[in-house]
Design a protein around this ligand. Structure first.
Ligand code: GLN
Length: 187
C-alpha cells in the first residue's frame, strides 16, 4: 500500500502554501474539507488564516469531532498561526467573544494578533529545538503564546520567546514555516 497523504485543512486560509511546502518535501497531500477525506490521511496540517472563520466552517462541515478523534488516535497534527489558535486550550478572554472556539488539543494560552496588527507583521530567524540552524519564520498577525501548560514542550523560540510548542503528536507554531525560505516542518 502506498503511504497515505498528509491532509491539509482547506476550509480557509493559506492551505495552498502548505501544499507547495509538502510537495517540496516530496510528500503527497490531500485537501481536507469533509470527514471522509480526513480519514484517508496519515497526518493533518491546520493552516494560517482567520481562526474566527475557521471555527465557523469547522462546525459547519462537521470536522471538529473527527479532528479530535484523529488526534486521540495519535496521528500527527501541525497548526500554524491561526492553526495554533485552533489547537490551543485557551484563547484570550476578549478574543473569545469574537467567536473563536478552539479544539483544546494543546495546553497553551494564546493571544490573537499578539504581536500587533497587519503592519506589524515581520520575518525573522527562529531557533528550533534540536537543530543547530535557525529557520525563517514569517509572522503575520501572529498569535502570542502567553502561557505553556505542564507537559507541553517548547520547540521553537524567537528572541527567547516561545513561538512553537508540542505535546506528543500535536504541534503548534505561531509563525508560518511554509511561507519562509526552505521552511519545512516535518510531520
Ligand atoms: N490573526 C489571525 C487569527 O487570529 C491569524 C493570522 C494568521 O494565521 N496569519 O486567526
Amino acid at each position: 500500500m502506498t503511504e497515505q497523504p498528509v491532509g491539509i485543512l482547506a476550509l480557509q486560509g493559506d492551505f495552498a502554501l502548505h501544499a507547495a511546502a509538502l510537495v517540496r518535501q516530496g510528500e503527497a497531500y490531500l485537501y481536507v474539507r469533509r470527514p471522509g477525506e480526513l480519514a484517508a490521511c496519515r497526518g493533518l496540517v491546520i493552516p494560517g488564516g482567520e481562526s474566527t472563520t475557521m471555527t465557523r466552517l469547522l462546525d459547519i462541515v462537521g470536522l471538529r469531532q473527527p479532528i479530535l478523534d484523529f488526534a486521540a488516535a495519535g496521528k500527527p497534527i501541525l497548526g500554524t498561526c491561526a492553526g495554533l489558535i485552533m489547537l490551543a486550550t485557551r484563547v484570550d478572554e476578549d478574543e473569545r467573544r469574537h467567536g473563536v472556539k478552539p479544539l483544546g488539543l494543546l495546553d497553551v494560552l494564546v493571544r490573537r494578533n499578539g504581536y500587533g496588527r497587519q503592519v506589524d507583521s515581520f520575518v525573522d530567524e527562529v531557533a528550533v529545538a534540536g537543530r543547530t540552524e535557525t529557520m525563517q519564520g514569517v509572522f503575520i498577525r501572529a498569535p502570542r503564546i502567553l502561557e505553556v501548560g505542564p507537559g507541553v514542550e517548547v520547540v521553537a523560540t524567537w528572541r527567547g520567546e516561545t513561538v512553537g510548542v508540542r505535546r506528543g503528536n500535536v504541534t503548534g507554531l505561531a509563525f508560518h514555516p511554509e511561507a519562509g525560505e526552505g521552511g519545512a516542518w516535518h510531520l
